[in-house]
Design a protein around this ligand. Sequence first.
Ligand code: ATP
Ligand code: MG
Length: 402
Amino acid sequence: MKDQQLDVLIIDMKEKIELLERRNSELLEESRRVEGEKRYVESELFRLQKEIKRMRTEMERLKSPPLIIGVMKDILSDGRVVVKSSTGPDFIVGTSEYVPAEDLVVGARVALNKQTLAVMGVLPPSLDPIVIGAEIIDKPSLTYSEIGGLDDQIREVREAVEDPLLRPELYKKVGIEPPKGVLLVGPPGTGKTLLAKAVAHQTSATFIRFVGSELVQKYIGEGARLVRELFELAREKAPSIVFIDELDSIGAKRLEVATSGDREVQRTLMQLLSELDGFNPIGDVKIIGATNRPDILDEALLRPGRFDRIITIPMPTFEARHEIFKIHTSRMNADRTVNLAELAAKCEEATGADIKAICTEAGMFAIRDNRDTVSMLDFERAVAKVLETEETKCVESGVMFA
Ligand SMILES: Nc1ncnc2c1ncn2[C@@H]1O[C@H](COP(=O)(O)OP(=O)(O)OP(=O)(O)O)[C@@H](O)[C@H]1O
Ligand SMILES: [Mg+2]
């Protein structure tokens, strides 16, 4: 009887132990979970604290008073400096100790405290975004071998532009001043811009390019300032080559009767002339100009000493046209019927740009017929299409102006 009671008691105890063990593991699980949650909340707290700090500094920054921009005019022997701000008079002020002394030079652009006008920092010199954008950093991938029939002109440009930069001692020995630059003149589409692009690619000098019309600005004096800044940049980055495309847009003849807009363009031209031969020696800066209207250029631009060499880019001859055809078909999938010499003979009066258009048109004809090779017939149709439209254009414009 006693044994039976004991057994029941043992079973009862075992059940209780099991229950307690289960409860224990549940509690352990729970504690682990809570532990994890705690860690998460802690990291969140840390993140939010950082965020608050960031916001505080941002707020400080937004609340800090504006700085005035001024120019350094002099440095006094006691370490103070003379600055001029846009407000008018010159001031003698102290400088922040965080400004490196070697940056404090006369003429530097500086930031001034609003109340005390103390110098808080030195700013980089300002250049117009147009000027900064003019420097060609990604050079076009175009070599001299991709220009057809202009070998003499390429040689002349290199002689006048690259040699003085790369081998100045040659000129010193002979005792002459190296040429300042060249002017490329020739009908539209004959490869003037192309030649300049190749120079940009092949030279190791800095290449600065702008189009004349970019210098025609809305406000008086702006164009001249741009010209000055462009040459400043060129001198700073010397040896460098400045390429002015479509020069006729600012270099047109100066006339007696002129509107105020014309006079502004003339001021820009005068600044250009004075940069070309003015007080500042242009040294390691060479200039290439390009225009298809040499007849309207101002005589002052054309006299020796400005553009020392005027290089005429002619209409392509038969050999040149053959060359240009070869260049533009080199990547085309042309079949054996295509005879480039015959094509070159066919399109007299065609410029390099026309020949490029002919090659593109021929390719288009092939695509239209669902072929992947281009045949002589395609080229013949393209010649007829490109050159004919040009003739009709001439006739139309003749009628228009008549
Ligand atoms: N000699 C050439 N060799 C190869 N391609 C040429 C040649 N001349 C012109 N082309 C082709 O014609 C296109 C236009 O030429 P480019 O831009 O140099 O003309 P341009 O002389 O500057 O004309 P514009 O006076 O109208 O500015 C070039 O992109 C090129 O594909
Ligand atoms: Mg051009």
